[in-house]
Structures are given as structure tokens and as C-alpha cells.
Design a binder for this molecule. Structure first.
Ligand code: ADP
Length: 302
């Protein structure tokens, strides 16, 4: 199974012909309220990818928590490790115009209450049933770093999606089995401007130099570059017609984690992740756009 430690938000998205200028009010065409947050999205992607999946995170005692928990349950994510805290459920407030341009305010709220103790408790609770730990950086940095260390010590394969990008203490990297930045995250973390395969390989070397076993740089429509000390390998993307690239990275990481937890070899797991990422771009939205394993298998075998 897969243990995801990360953020949970209610995503409130307003769609209007154009975004308002500062101080202006515009009329919207539609509004949606769905489960979001990188932790929740990756948990949904892993569960839809066929792995028993636990999410460790925090929600509040408010109407939004019912909506996000219902979303997690409907996709098969196990919620026993989700705590209800005094703070309110985190919210992402998103505005999208007719061209697809957006702006976003994420307010962490309850996500800031996720603690080192909660993470340790949850790792102890599911370590016998999980083999992969998925981490992102929408929770407190200290908690994410501690989760990597505790997960590695518990024998879990730690997969870190360093998003949103921020610098981390050097001691975290040796606990990371696989790091999965996109081009801009790899650029921000390594200082190597990632624009092509050659620069992606140099950015990957930065991670390997710091003790990461496997750097997997995702390159959108250009696929992914996989670098280990033994081998550098480019995986071309699956061709699709994208309509909304939101959550492609979450689909990639969640599906990769599910495949690894299912005992598949690394190359197959990467292909599963890439196919899931490609499919996520063909549907609008975040968690509602995440594909199931059947759709992923179909794209891989086309
Ligand atoms: P993020 O969403 O974090 O920026 P990417 O855009 O790199 O991540 O997407 C993750 C993976 O999803 C890519 O490695 C690729 O395999 C797949 N993917 C993303 N965008 C496309 C696309 N336009 N066409 C095909 N595959 C895509």
C-alpha cells in the first residue's frame, strides 16, 4: 500500500470570462467546490491506481471537511489517519478566465497543524501494510523532513515531490529514494535552469550528489528523465490533447507510487505515472481529472 503525508484543501474555483482587475467585480459563469491539495490529489491518484492508500493530514470541524472527506472516500482513500483539529479546513481559492489563465490563493489553515507526532503515529500504524511513502511540500517543512527520515527508517520507499519548491536542509536528501520535481521545481532547487534533457541531467546530478537514489525530472509534454547512478534514461510522453494541465504532476506521482507499491519494476511504474499524468491533462480540474488504472493501462498498451 501507499502512505501519503500531505495537504488537504477544499478547492473553490470561480470561472469568469476574464479575471477582475484589482478592486473590480466581475460576473462569473460557474463555480465549483472539490477536494484538492497535493496530498489529497496524490492519495486519490494512488488509490485510483489500484493501491490501498492512507492519507495522513488534517482537516477542521466545518462544512468543508465533510466535502473533502466525502471526496477522499468516493475515490477509495482510507481516512483513518486524517485528524480533525480545532483550526478550519484548508482552502484553495482559484479564479480561471475563459483562456484558462488562473490565479490561486492557498490558505493552509488545518494543514499547518499536521505535526511530527501525528506523522510518526501514522507511520507506526500502517508500516506493516504500506511500502511507499509519498511526500510533497504543502505542509510544514519540518514535518515533511521528519516524515522522510521516519519513513526511511521504517523501511518505506520515500518518494518526494518537492512542490511547491523550497530549499530543504541537506540532511533530508539521503532519506529520499525518488525525487520527482517538474522543470521549474528542479530549476528552483538546483540552480540549474532546466530547459532540455541535457540541463535536466545536470539538475538530476545535484540531487544524486546529495544522496537521493533516483531523480525523476518530469518535463510535461517532453516526458520524464530518469537518472540513477547506474543509468540515465529518457521516457517520451504519451501523446494526448491536453485541455487543463492541473494535477498532471500529482497524477504522475500518485500513480508511480501505486505501481511501486504493487511490486512493479521502476520503468513500468514510471510509464504508469506518465500515462496517468497525460490522461489528467485531458480532463479539466484537479482531483476529478485523475484517471483509474484501467484508463492508464489502456493508454500504455495503445
Ligand atoms: P507538473 O504538473 O508537476 O508540472 P508535468 O507537467 O511535468 O508535472 O507532468 C507530469 C507528467 O505528466 C509528465 O512527465 C508527462 O509524462 C505527463 N504529462 C504532462 N503534460 C503532458 C502533456 N501535455 N502531454 C503528455 N503527457 C503529459
Amino acid at each position: 500500500g501507499v502512505l501519503v503525508v500531505g495537504s488537504i484543501t477544499a478547492d473553490v474555483t470561480a470561472f469568469s470570462r476574464r479575471l477582475p482587475h484589482r478592486g473590480e467585480t466581475v460576473l462569473g459563469d460557474d463555480v465549483t467546490l472539490v477536494l484538492g491539495g497535493k496530498g489529497a490529489n496524490q492519495a486519490v491518484a494512488a488509490a485510483r491506481g489500484g493501491a490501498p492508500t492512507w492519507l495522513v493530514g488534517c482537516v477542521g470541524k466545518d462544512p468543508f471537511s465533510e466535502i473533502v472527506l466525502a471526496g477522499l472516500h468516493s475515490h477509495g482513500v482510507v481516512s483513518t489517519e486524517i485528524r480533525t483539529v480545532g483550526n478550519r479546513t484548508g482552502v484553495a481559492h482559484i479564479r480561471v478566465d475563459a483562456s484558462g489563465e488562473n490565479d490561486i490563493v492557498i490558505t493552509p489553515l488545518a494543514n499547518s497543524d499536521l505535526s511530527v507526532d501525528m506523522v510518526e503515529e501514522s507511520i507506526r500504524a500502517v508500516r506493516d501494510r504500506a511500502s511507499v511513502l509519498l511526500l510533497q511540500l504543502e505542509i510544514r517543512t519540518e514535518v515533511a523532513c521528519h516524515a522522510a527520515e521516519a519513513g526511511a527508517h521504517a523501511g518505506l520507499t520515500v518518494v518526494l515531490d518537492p512542490a511547491p519548491a523550497q530549499s530543504l536542509p541537506d540532511r533530508v536528501w539521503p532519506h529520499v529514494a525518488i525525487v520527482t520535481p517538474n522543470e521549474s521545481e528542479a530549476t528552483a532547487l538546483t540552480g540549474v535552469e532546466v530547459v532540455d534533457l541535457e540541463s535536466a541531467e545536470r539538475a538530476a546530478a545535484w540531487f544524486l550528489d546529495r544522496g537521493v537514489r533516483h531523480a525523476l525530472i518530469t518535463l510535461g509534454a517532453a516526458g520524464a528523465l530518469s537518472v540513477t547512478p547506474e543509468q540515465t534514461r529518457h521516457f517520451p510522453a504519451y501523446p494526448v490533447n491536453p485541455v487543463d494541465t492541473t494535477a498532471a504532476g500529482d497524477a504522475f506521482t500518485g500513480s508511480l507510487g501505486a505501481a511501486l507499491a504493487g511490486g512493479l519494476d521502476t520503468a513500468t511504474a514510471i510509464r504508469r505515472g506518465m500515462a496517468a499524468g497525460a490522461l489528467a491533462t485531458t480532463r479539466p480540474g484537479a482531483s476529478p481529472s485523475l484517471p483509474d488504472r484501467e484508463a492508464v493501462d489502456e493508454l500504455i498498451n495503445l
